[in-house]
Design a protein around this ligand. Structure first.
Ligand SMILES: Cc1cc2nc3c(=O)[nH]c(=O)nc-3n(C[C@H](O)[C@H](O)[C@H](O)COP(=O)(O)O)c2cc1C
Length: 126
């Protein structure tokens, strides 16, 4: 079964255009793929916390040396990563704020920066 992750990032609710567009796309897509499962995440209204020093230390350390603070950081972050890796496709409803993406979406993407899981470490080296 296909899994799609649908993410909205607008801070607006009923007035949001990007939410209407992403929901319309999902509605049309589900008609073509009624068996598919759609997971939904509303980053505009339910932002994820920023990653922090404990998160950086945790994601660069062996499990046996994790402190309670580092474990707590991973307990927030790991489900986001697992959900991201579980699905087969993504639909993003994203407004432009200040010539870039909303801060809440950037904060979410930072949780997904995991060596060996979402990048190999070779891509950006010349
Ligand atoms: C805080 C803020 C910053 C924005 N910055 C830009 C921008 O840099 N460039 C642009 O073309 N539109 C900008 N816009 C317009 C939004 O991209 C536009 O209103 C869009 O429809 C917002 O998405 P939403 O309707 O899903 O909330 C901005 C709007 C807001 C509220």
């Amino acid at each position: 079964m296909q899994h799609i992750l649908h993410i909205d990032a607008s801070y607006s609710g009923e007035r949001s255009i990007s939410r209407v567009l992403s929901h319309d796309f999902i509605t049309a897509w589900k008609k073509l793929h009624p068996e598919a499962a759609v997971l939904y995440r509303d980053l505009g209204h339910f932002p994820v916390p920023y990653i922090n020093e404990a998160w950086i230390a945790a994601t660069h350390s062996s499990p046996e040396i994790l402190t309670p603070e580092m474990i707590a950081a991973l307990e927030v972050s790991n489900p986001l990563l697992e959900e991201f890796l579980l699905v087969d496709g993504y639909v993003f409803g994203v407004p432009m704020y200040g010539f870039t993406i909303p801060a809440t979406l950037k904060a979410y993407f930072e949780h997904l920066i995991r060596l060996g899981q979402t990048y190999s470490g070779h891509e950006s080296r010349g």
